[in-house]
Design a protein around this ligand. Structure first.
Ligand SMILES: *[C@@H]1O[C@H](CO)[C@@H](O)[C@H](O)[C@H]1NC(C)=O
Ligand SMILES: *[C@@H]1O[C@H](CO)[C@@H](O)[C@H](O)[C@H]1NC(C)=O
Ligand SMILES: *[C@@H]1O[C@H](CO)[C@@H](O)[C@H](O)[C@H]1NC(C)=O
Ligand SMILES: *[C@@H]1O[C@H](CO)[C@@H](O)[C@H](O)[C@H]1NC(C)=O
Ligand SMILES: *[C@@H]1O[C@H](CO)[C@@H](O)[C@H](O)[C@H]1NC(C)=O
Ligand SMILES: *[C@@H]1O[C@H](CO)[C@@H](O)[C@H](O)[C@H]1NC(C)=O
Ligand SMILES: *[C@@H]1O[C@H](CO)[C@@H](O)[C@H](O)[C@H]1NC(C)=O
Length: 496
């Protein structure tokens, strides 16, 4: 169009007809608008403690029709790794750093322990705000709250509805820990009592729908949505349990009911995204934070081990991405290797930015996820524990484990109505180092360490190299100043 304008003679006689002029202006506006492709909206959904075998597209026992539909129309992530437990994985989503580089490698932040992710790490929503995003967090925080500066609206989120600790009751939002007990639900920094008595999956889905419906389409949205579901305690409104009448074991039926409620929540959210048109320029990410805990009736078959172990059952996460418009290739299983730390640089690239931190562990998987190309990653650290030195690393096909992989090392069967299916850990004797070929043996049945000592030596060297940058774990002892009674019965900042 600009060419046409330049060719216009500079005389009044040949000025464009009014209609032609209007058309030209409109076309120029459309062209300009199209040339500055607006940054996509991002909805990042985290399920808590959802096992590998706890989703309909892998296990027809589990009723997740909406999630299945999105996954099948999107890309199922078949090698997307997370940390063995909650806070460390959330640390990865927020910082792009492995927890052994931030001090969170030894476990979760307990309600009474003044743990946090150091302020020197810029959280993803802070970075996205620089790129023009509106940022909202809805659900579980669990990366520190003993000082207000560690809470969501001080770490990059415009708003927050959710809870600070790692678990609580689903209806009354109370968390008991040690001798203490308190209410844990906030709107921004204020205690949010209006939701008392309301099931959290409903609270969070409604909040997400509100955000979506009141959002100005022209501003890119980052909605971080870490649901409470399906972490213990196992509580679900009866209608969702009824949907799962085909499951005889009550614990499993309740757990699967919680998954059904989560599925409905995601349906409500995607409906709102459709209604508002946000879906036309949006990436939806769905991931678990760690493997399923067997004692809560979650299931990771055919993988070995459970939540809190270095086995694949603790660390290989259920996940998929969906977009109506942004993905070059859809409807397939992506086997490319990625890790939770990769979301940060990937989403920054998607948002039109660039990760400028050379030390970051995460690498952008934009090419793999959006274009359908190969993974940029050939190795990663499952974890390097500080106090025990237990660790596991991956290099290509190979996985090396040092020390204990964690309690519960079996292949826990699906719960049935019968006796408990806990595995007898005493039956396993582990050598100091184990070597698995995850490509040929994804279920970790064959330790190759005795067969390939030279590969063990090579992998040990790689582990020692990774280990050089380990920082000490920060797991401060329980502090009585955390007592909710000191803050009107609420788990609150103000004690570190
Ligand atoms: C939360 O914070 C946002 C941004 O400052 C503000 O617009 C909103 O009104 C706050 N909501 C509540 C309930 O405090
Ligand atoms: C919260 O709900 C749980 C489970 O129903 C119950 O055991 C607990 O006593 C309740 N706590 C409060 C403070 O209401
Ligand atoms: C989904 O929306 C429907 C209709 O508003 C509502 O009845 C239902 O409770 C919502 N489900 C969840 C999980 O929020
Ligand atoms: C862990 O490794 C360090 C450094 O190699 C060593 O000093 C320490 O004793 C080890 N700790 C355990 C519990 O094995
Ligand atoms: C249901 O399954 C759980 C988890 O495997 C098990 O602990 C429990 O004993 C089973 N319950 C019944 C009634 O069979
Ligand atoms: C691991 O398994 C893959 C797939 O079967 C195979 O190509 C590779 O050679 C194996 N690596 C080793 C060291 O055995
Ligand atoms: C997907 O992962 C599972 C579990 O590790 C594995 O058994 C399966 O072979 C993988 N699928 C592909 C196509 O690689």
């Amino acid at each position: 169009m600009s060419i046409e304008i330049k060719l216009l003679p500079n005389t009044t006689a040949s000025v464009m007809e009014p209609v032609q002029l209007v058309t030209t202006v409109v076309l120029i506006l459309v062209f300009l608008n199209g040339s500055q492709a607006a940054s996509p909206h991002i909805v990042f959904i985290v399920a808590d403690d959802l096992g590998w075998n706890d989703i309909g597209f892998r296990n027809p026992q589990v009723l997740t029709p909406h999630l299945d539909k999105l996954a099948k129309a999107g890309v199922i992530l078949n090698s997307s790794y997370v940390q063995p437990v909650c806070s460390p994985s959330r640390n990865c989503f927020m910082t792009g750093y492995f927890p052994y580089h931030t001090g969170l490698q030894d476990g979760v932040i307990r309600p009474t322990s003044p743990g946090f992710v150091p302020i020197k790490f810029t959280f993803l929503p802070q970075k996205l705000k620089e790129l023009g995003y509106s940022t909202h967090a809805v659900g579980k925080w669990h990366v520190g709250f003993c000082n207000i500066k560690y809470t969501p609206t001080y770490r990059g989120f415009d708003t927050f509805v959710g809870y600070y600790t790692g678990a609580e009751e689903y209806y009354n939002h109370t968390r008991g820990y040690d001798k203490f007990s308190g209410y844990d639900l906030r709107f921004n920094t204020s205690v949010y009592t209006e939701a008392k008595g309301k099931y959290s999956t409903h609270v969070f889905a409604e909040r997400a729908v509100d955000i979506i419906k009141s959002h100005d389409k022209n501003t890119p949205l980052y909605l971080y949505l870490p649901f409470q579901a399906v972490h213990a305690p196992l509580e679900v409104p009866p209608e969702y349990e009824k949907l799962n009448d085909h499951i005889h074991n009550l614990t499993r039926r309740t757990y699967c009911g919680m998954i059904s409620a989560l599925d409905e929540a995601v349906a409500n959210i995607t409906n709102a995204l459709e209604e508002t048109g946000l879906i036309d320029n949006l990436l939806l990410v769905f991931t678990t934070d760690n493997g399923g805990p067997f004692h809560g009736a979650a299931n990771n078959l055919p993988l070995r081990g459970t939540k809190a172990t270095l086995w694949e059952g603790g660390t290989k996460g259920t996940g998929f991405i969906y977009s109506k418009t942004l993905l070059k290739k859809t409807g397939y299983l992506n086997t490319g290797m990625m890790h939770a730390v990769d979301w940060y640089p990937t989403l920054v690239e998607l948002a039109g930015g660039k990760n400028t931190d050379p030390n970051m562990d995460g690498v952008s998987q934009y090419d793999m996820l959006i274009i359908g190309g190969p993974s940029k990653r050939n190795e990663f650290v499952y974890n390097i524990y500080d106090k025990t030195n237990s660790s596991a690393i991956r290099y290509g096909d190979l996985k090396l484990m040092r020390g204990s992989p964690g309690a519960h090392s079996g292949w826990v069967p699906l719960p049935t109505s019968g006796e408990s299916s806990d595995t007898q850990d005493s039956q396993f004797q582990f050598p100091p180092y184990m070597l698995y070929n995850i490509t040929s043996d994804p279920t970790e049945h064959f330790d190759l360490s005795a067969k390939y000592p030279e590969l063990v030596t090579m992998m040990k060297q790689r582990l020692e190299n990774w280990e050089k940058t380990r920082v000490p774990a920060y797991q401060p002892p329980n502090d009585p100043k955390s007592n909710p009674d000191l803050y009107g019965g609420n788990w609150s900042p103000g004690w570190c």
